[in-house]
Structure formats: C-alpha cells, structure tokens
Write a protein of this length. Structure first.
Length: 152
C-alpha cells in the first residue's frame, strides 16, 4: 500500500518535471529500496499510544528494541502498555516483538537470498547464533533449513 502511494508520487513528480521542461532521471528507481520506507509513529496517523508503539516496533525491528522503548514512544507506563497489548493482541509486549521479528525473518528467508547474518541484523540480532537459536525456538527448524524447505 505504501509502495502504491510512493509510486504514484514518483510518476506525478516525473510528469511535472517533464511539463516544466526538465527530464526525469531514467535510471532512477520508481520506489525507494525496501527498508527505506518506515511507518511514522505520528500522533496524527496513530492517535493512541498503543498504535504509535506498535508502528514504531514494526519500523525499527532492526534495532535491539526493549519494552521500555515502546513505553517511551507510547507515552505509557509499562503496566499500561502490557495491559493494552494483552487486550488488543492477547499477548505480552515481549512476545509481540518476538512475533514481529519471527514474521520478518520468515519473509526475508522466503523472499531474499540475504545471508543469515544480514537477516539476523534486520531482525535486531547482533549475533547470527542468537538469531538462529531464537528462530529455532519459534519455528522448530534452523533458518537455513526453513529457507531450504521453502525453496523446494
């Protein structure tokens, strides 16, 4: 959805540039590279603290996020955030973060040829071995085995 927005903006800007006598760079990509677009945790787009915190989490999974970071963004106490996430998603903030990281890892393993080290970093893990242990805990298989299962 965000890609459609940026694609339409790119083509509109190219048309305007052409109308003004300029030339659009033919080598310019129509969209920024994946990972450049982030959800904004603006209070205008996400009016509640919980929505801002979850947007921040989705946009910053490559960072070693802690629940305290989400509390800060949400403007909520830890207990209030825990209660809000439990009510909305039926889980704790920590397990919610892990689920987001697991989903990102699965997506990257399915759709890219990135190294396990790069995927670990994209999911907020500094060490591939720590990431591999966590991924095995989440899925029951190693990241390499998961990728091999999906590529058959």
């Amino acid at each position: 959805m965000a890609h459609d927005f940026w694609r339409s903006r790119f083509y509109a800007a190219s048309a305007l540039l052409a109308a003004l006598g300029g030339r659009a760079d033919p080598g310019a990509p129509p969209l920024p590279p994946v990972g450049i677009l982030h959800e904004r945790e603006s209070s205008l787009r996400y009016p509640t603290g919980l929505e801002r915190a979850l947007s921040y989490a989705r946009s910053n999974l490559d960072q070693p996020l802690q629940v305290g970071d989400l509390c800060r963004v949400a403007g909520m106490s830890r207990r209030s955030l825990e209660t809000a996430i439990q009510s909305a998603h039926g889980t704790s903030p920590l397990l919610y973060l892990q689920a987001l990281r697991c989903e990102r890892a699965r997506t990257l393993l399915r759709t890219t040829q990135a190294t396990i080290r790069a995927i670990a970093q994209a999911c907020g893990y500094g060490e591939p071995s720590v990431f591999s242990n966590a991924f095995h805990r989440w899925t029951g298989v190693s990241p390499s085995a998961y990728r091999n299962q999906r590529s058959r």
